[in-house]
Design a protein around this ligand. Structure first.
Ligand code: BES
Ligand code: ZN
Ligand code: MN
Length: 522
């Protein structure tokens, strides 16, 4: 019996806990040359404790040098990201001092990180109401720096409290004060805000339990999210459609679950009519038990986040489409639940793919590559993309190799890999290359089918990439991202609390900014 049916509409409607309830930000020019203003809470930056400037010097003067004294007493050095929280100084209820000391000028990422630090600090001191953030003395060459500080704040201001009886996120009103107010407001409201919302959307999907988020619910939520957005078309291929397309690998993965698999397609065609699109394809396993090759229970709960690739694709599409870029981008989300049952695929089974070739199942736990093999093939047949990216929580091997700092990047070409690493640098989400060697393809030869879905073991991340790569045209610029290590944070970072960080939204958003207008034909 399908008890979970009961929660379908509820979950589809109530999924996003805070995507639209972002903090209430304003940008104003009020100069801080005379007074700090009249909100109960202020944030000021200090990069040089011996030479206070901007709002810091005003507060210092107004407090007759108490600020300098407190900096000394607390051994505050101004190190970037360090904080000092002061109360009742110069008649102001709350002053959060944030260090911004840096050896050069602050980058976009540095600015976002400072915004994240502010959000974390203010919510921990429950002073996240009516705050003025003084940007004026930040040392940066970035245009409209306030917008990036605001975006960092927005990124960090996240809490998944939908199942808590006591909710922990309050609405914040934050005013960013700087001469850049007009341009920062435009940049944040027409662009950066949507990226942060996309990240929150991805976190919501990754954090939602498997009980209430399975392929059909995911599809309903995607339809709701993109309803009314210009130039967007959402289509969902169900089991019948996928059978007609002969997607036996994807269907095989979903077969053990009472919740049917599907393939969700979000087309955003706002560019030139005959410009080939960029296709972003995400692994969307709503829960990965391992199937008949059942996983050990240790940490299995985290496999509710095995749809992080698909979630990130959804978030990136949200950012790109709402910003209104004149580009063609297609998001594909290959959804299934990997369950053991009498209908589940077995180790040793042979599945037929959409390409017409066969895959022998060695482990039913190597399911992501099965789904994506059909998804990337479909992407090429249907869209002839100019660039194809797939993103997946694919292997423990990638997680062990690179942990929290880098997602694993696999391409067929060294130069292309270094180009794509730069996308990571610009986006604030970093990638590091792993190899794809002809031997990796040899290791997935099967005695009874065309290939098998895993090799003898090492190197697991490359073998996983080789399986998917078998279905990708060798001439197509192809980016494979294995995010198994970065999707779930065991401890907080500046722009994200611990838990899902929505990894990939900012990366793919940046990729589209950088590559949508590029001619990649060779
Ligand atoms: N979803 C897992 C990979 C994973 C592991 C993601 C840890 C996040 C954290 C994937 O489906 C999987 O089970 N991979 C296996 C492949 C193996 C059976 C060839 C793995 O990496 O162990
Ligand atoms: Zn998986
Ligand atoms: Mn698995």
């Amino acid at each position: 019996m399908k008890l979970t049916k009961l929660v379908v509409s509820l979950a589809a409607l109530g999924l996003s806990h805070c995507v639209l309830a972002s903090a209430d930000f304003s940008f104003s020019k009020q100069s801080s040359s005379d007074a700090v203003g009249n909100t109960p809470s202020h944030v000021i930056f200090i990069d040089d404790v011996d030479n206070l400037d901007g709002a810091a010097s005003i507060i210092n003067r107004a407090s007759n040098g108490e600020l300098t004294k407190l900096i000394e007493l607390n051994d505050f050095t101004g190190e970037a990201g360090s904080t000092l929280h002061l109360q009742m100084i110069a008649g102001v209820e709350s002053v959060l001092v944030v260090g911004s000391k840096h050896d050069g000028s602050l980058t976009k990422t540095d600015l976002q990180n400072l915004g994240g630090v502010i959000a974390a600090s203010l919510s921990s001191t429950k002073k996240d109401v009516d705050t003025t953030v003084h940007i004026d003395n930040l040392n940066t060459e970035i245009d409209a720096p306030s917008a990036f500080v605001a975006q960092g704040y927005h990124l960090r201001h996240y809490s998944f409290d939908k199942y808590k009886s006591v909710k922990d996120d309050g609405q914040s009103k934050v005013n960013f004060v700087n001469a850049d107010a007009d341009s920062a407001s435009a940049l944040y409201n027409n662009d950066l805000k949507y990226v942060a919302q996309g990240v929150h959307l991805a976190r919501d999907f990754a954090t939602e339990p498997g009980k209430s988020l399975y392929p059909e619910v995911f599809a309903d939520s995607i339809k709701a999210t993109f309803k009314g957005v210009d130039n967007i078309k959402v289509r969902v291929l169900d089991v019948d459609d996928m059978e007609k397309l002969n997607m036996g690998a994807h269907l095989g993965v979903g077969n053990g679950s009472i919740n049917d698999p599907n393939l969700i397609i979000v087309e955003y065609m706002a560019g030139e009519k005959d410009d080939a699109p960029i296709v972003l394809a995400g692994k969307g396993i709503t829960f990965d038990t391992g199937g008949i090759s059942l996983k050990n229970n240790d940490g299995m709960w985290a496999m509710k986040a095995d749809l992080s690739g698909a979630a990130a694709v959804a978030g990136a599409m949200h950012a790109i489409a709402n910003r209104g870029d004149k580009v063609n981008v297609v998001g594909l989300m290959g959804m299934a639940e990997n369950m053991p049952s009498q209908d589940a695929i077995r180790p040793g089974d042979v599945l037929e793919t959409m390409k017409g070739t066969t895959i022998e199942i060695i482990s039913t736990d190597a399911e992501g590559r099965l789904v994506l093999s059909d998804t990337v093939y479909y992407a090429q047949q249907e869209y002839s993309p100019k660039l194809l990216l797939n993103i997946a929580t694919l292997t423990g091997s990638a997680a062990r190799a690179l942990s929290d700092e880098y997602a694993a990047l696999v391409t067929r070409n060294f130069d292309f890999s270094s180009e794509i690493m730069q996308v990571g640098e610009r986006s604030g989400e970093h990638v590091w290359p792993l190899p794809l060697h002809p031997n990796h393809f040899d290791q997935i030869k099967s005695p009874i089918a065309d290939i098998k879905n895993s090799g003898a073991g090492n190197p697991g991340a490359s073998i996983g990439a080789a399986v998917i790569g078998t279905f990708v045209d060798e001439d197509l610029p192809w980016v494979h991202l294995d995010i198994a290590g970065v999707d779930w944070l065991s401890s907080e970072i500046d722009v994200a609390p611990k838990g899902s960080q929505g990894w990939g939204v900012r990366f793919m958003d940046q990729l589209v900014r950088d590559y949508a207008d590029k001619d990649l034909s060779r």
